[in-house]
Design a protein around this ligand. Structure first.
Ligand SMILES: CC(C)(COP(=O)(O)OP(=O)(O)OC[C@H]1O[C@@H](n2cnc3c(N)ncnc32)[C@H](O)[C@@H]1OP(=O)(O)O)[C@@H](O)C(=O)NCCC(=O)NCCS
Length: 165
């Protein structure tokens, strides 16, 4: 079913939190262990935290919504210390390969025309995401050994220049 991309509102918070949690367990479970993925996600993605992130200065939250009202995609970006980060990008499994992820990414970028570049951190072994980002023009600029503070989980930092035209 076709989904429409729009800015996120407070009404979307519960569905977005559930989407992120399911996505973390299925994507990162095989990479860091299901219990750790579930535990980290439960710590980081409480609905109240997602709601507060949405209100953060210099941040943008987008969702993709089916005509039924089901939320099937979510992108969250923020500027921290002068650097634009794509902090979260999740598409429901039944919408992967549909172009929705690119649509969400492009919605973010259009909202940040004027920034020089957009960066992200991706867990090593998340090959589908890495392939997607490469296709979208991101390049690896650094490697880290802790994902957003999760010890022992090696990651890549990827960056893409944002064109002003
Ligand atoms: C990352 C994500 C948003 C990308 O959206 P998507 O709809 O799956 O992306 P696309 O299908 O457009 O592109 C994925 C690419 O990886 C390829 N791919 C699919 N499975 C793959 C695998 N196991 N290994 C490597 N590449 C793979 C696809 O063929 C496609 O490449 P192509 O266009 O050259 O054929 C989505 O997969 C997702 O929500 N994943 C879980 C959450 C996540 O990891 N988010 C990123 C956090 S940094």
């Amino acid at each position: 079913m076709q989904a429409r991309i729009r800015h996120m509102t407070a009404h979307d918070v519960e569905q977005v939190a559930a989407l992120i949690h399911a996505s973390w367990v299925s994507t990162y479970g095989p990479l860091m262990g299901e219990a750790k993925a579930a535990e980290e996600s439960a710590k980081k993605h409480q609905p109240a935290m997602i709601a507060s992130d949405m209100k953060r200065m210099h941040s943008e939250s987008f969702v993709a919504e089916e005509p039924t009202g089901r939320i099937v995609g979510y992108a969250y970006a923020k500027v921290t210390k002068g650097v634009l980060w794509l902090d979260r990008l999740h598409v429901a499994p039944d919408h992967r390969g549909s172009g929705l992820a690119a649509g969400l990414l492009h919605a973010v970028i259009v909202n940040y025309i004027g920034e020089g570049s957009i960066s992200l951190e991706v867990i090593k072994g998340n090959d589908r995401a890495i392939r997607f980002y490469e296709r979208e023009g991101f390049m690896v600029t650094d490697e880290r050994d802790a994902c957003g503070g999760i010890g022992g989980v090696p990651t890549l930092i990827m960056r893409k220049a944002i064109s002003r035209a």
